[in-house]
Design a protein. Structure first.
Ligand code: ADP
Ligand code: MG
Length: 559
């Protein structure tokens, strides 16, 4: 009584294998990626051992560190062979016979203290990748021989249904060869073109050469892992064209690495050309691919940069991301959110620096891609990000020359004493803006006013809300601000004291009463203002005055 017994969990191996094989990965093609990653790890381990052991401790020191893939359509077979470190019998039982046991992780932790191995080159860590082969295989034979002198070759066989066999085998090459008998429904993986596509998609930057039926597939270097200073313009050009699938030259590039809050290595490119309809569409997928240790996780992922930066192309690699995350898990991962936030602020910082250090290049960029920045302000909910983008906007004002644009930082430098707000005016052209009755009131005070010539500019500034604690205020809104009784009384007094055609206070009150009655509920209100100069009256709306201007211009054009 009261005695507690400790029990070990038992697992139904067959079921467990089924879960690993069928539920861990969203697409079955990733088994190719997993086997190539293992081959690459085996080669990295061989390289390490070869460098650190006595020459007589290891055989075939001069072997070719390559991965070879062969397809056989007729027999529905796929073979993946590496000349890596190979496995002993114990290692076979241990690594391929124990689910969720990673020989690679073990290898690394044994060597950690020596500090002499670059851990980022080893991909495996969870000990489940190998079993993904059973998503597509009805039968798998693994031929392997360890690299120690006198090692014996073995053949490991399994159908992935709970048991495996091991037997000694002659004529086995040092390294590992995996022979996969495909299930009929997966026969596509015995097709050379299909395999070429899968390898190019996921494993194109793997550290060792990959040959498919004798031809090398991976000829492009994982440039993002190189030292920025060592990369030539030509290398960037080739790489950009490769990943962006285009023929232009990038206008800007960003290459950086961070370790906190996440480890990231990234190369990002801004295209040279103006955006096409393709980039314009919000349905277009973003152009930054996510890698971990040179292996692709997702090619066109929306997760790396916000949608408004969809014209940026590039690669992000983070060794912190586990390979076998499903799409759904990725989407909800806080790690991914951290990466996105780091990348976005890098891009914004980069553009800001361009705008101050190379204003001419920046202006060209702004002309082509300014619309995307504006989309960013309208679509982001983060006020800091809005303002970081806001810094990059450019407008003409009443004080600039024709076609000269300034940023909001400059605007703030020109603030008048007592001026708190940033004013903007929507009008289809500079001429109409300068002659606008709405502009009058501010002109009187010598305030600077941003001119918005595009219909959406006003929406953008409205959505920006404020910039460095200064509210963005439409001039119409400014006019609508109530004129105080003192102000209007003062005006009427002034008018009395000099000969003028202005109306008296009584006449004005009568006029207002008359207008209110005549206009009825067509208007919200009719009131005095002291803010006009040349014009007797104006009509104002609270927000989006540009809509009126642009509807007007259009109807002019139509009539
Ligand atoms: P992980 O790669 O995450 O460790 P896997 O299930 O992919 O897990 O592989 C399990 C283990 O089997 C590896 O850690 C490694 O020790 C061993 N292994 C798999 N493939 C090979 C190979 N081609 N050569 C040598 N060892 C291998
Ligand atoms: Mg693996």
């Amino acid at each position: 009584k009261g005695e507690t017994n400790k029990h070990e969990f038992k697992a139904e191996t067959k079921m467990l294998l089924d879960i690993v094989a069928k539920s861990l990965y969203s697409e079955n093609e990733v088994f190719v990626r997993e086997l190539i990653s293992n081959a690459s790890d085996a080669i990295e381990k061989f390289r390490y051992i070869a460098n650190t052991s006595e020459p007589d401790q290891i055989v075939e020191l001069d072997r070719k560190c390559e991965i070879h893939i062969e397809t056989n359509k007729q027999d529905m077979k796929l073979v993946i062979q590496d000349r890596g470190i190979g496995m002993t019998k114990d290692e076979l039982i241990d690594s391929l016979g124990t689910i969720a046991k990673s020989g690679s992780k073990n290898f690394l932790s044994q060597l950690k203290d020596s500090g002499s191995i670059d851990a980022t080159n080893i991909i495996g860590q969870f000990g489940v990748g190998f079993y993904s082969v059973f998503m597509c295989a009805s039968h798998v034979d693994v031929y392997t021989k360890s690299s120690s002198p006198g090692a014996i070759g073995y053949k490991w066989s399994s159908e992935g249904t709970g048991s495996f066999e091991i037997q000694e085998c002659d004529d086995v090459d040092v390294g590992t060869k995996i022979v996969i008998q495909l299930k009929p429904e997966c026969r596509e993986y015995a097709d050379e073109d299909r395999i070429r596509n899968v390898v190019k998609k996921y494993s194109n930057f793997v550290g060792s050469p990959i040959f498919l039926n004798g031809n090398q597939l991976n000829l492009v270097q994982p440039l993002w892992l190189m030292e920025p200073k060592e990369i030539t313009d030509e290398q960037h050009l080739q790489f950009y064209r490769y990943i962006a699938n285009s023929f232009d030259t990038p206008r800007f590039k960003i290459h950086f690495k961070t370790d906190v809050p996440v480890s990231i290595r990234a190369v990002l490119y801004f295209p040279e050309g103006k955006p096409g309809l393709f980039e314009m569409s919000r349905d277009t997928e973003t152009g930054v691919a996510l890698y971990t240790r040179k292996i692709l996780i997702q090619s066109k992922t929306e997760l790396m940069l916000p949608k408004w930066l969809r014209f940026v192309k590039g690669v992000v690699d983070s060794e912190d991301i586990p390979l076998n995350l499903s799409r759904e898990l990725l989407q909800n991962s806080s790690l991914i959110r951290k990466i996105q936030s780091v990348l976005t602020s890098r891009v914004l910082k980069f553009l800001y620096e361009k705008s101050t250090k190379e204003p001419e290049n920046y202006e060209k960029f702004y002309k082509d891609y300014g619309l995307f920045l504006k989309e960013g302000i309208v679509t982001t909910h983060d006020q800091k990000e809005k303002e970081d983008i806001g810094k990059l906007l450019r407008f003409e004002t009443n004080k600039t020359g024709d076609n000269v644009k300034i940023g909001l930082d400059d605007y703030l430098k020109h603030l008048k004493e007592n001026q708190k707000d940033i004013y903007y005016l929507a009008a289809p052209s500079r001429q109409l803006a300068l002659n606008s009755p709405y502009f009058e009131s501010l002109k009187k005070n010598d305030y600077e006013v941003l001119f918005c010539y595009e219909p959406y500019d006003e929406l953008v500034l409205m959505q920006l809300i404020s910039f460095k604690n200064h509210n963005l205020v439409s001039v119409e809104k400014e006019i609508r601000r109530a004129t105080s009784t003192e102000e209007s009384d003062k005006l009427f007094e002034e008018n009395l004291s000099k000969p003028t055609d202005s109306l008296s206070k009584k006449d004005t009150d009568d006029l207002i009463r008359y207008l209110r009655k005549e206009l009825g509920n067509k208007v919200q209100t009719v009131k005095y203002t002291t803010k006009l100069d040349q014009h007797p009256c104006v009509i104002t709306v609270e927000d989006m005055a540009s809509a009126r201007h642009f509807i007007k211009t259009q109807s002019h054009q139509l009539s």
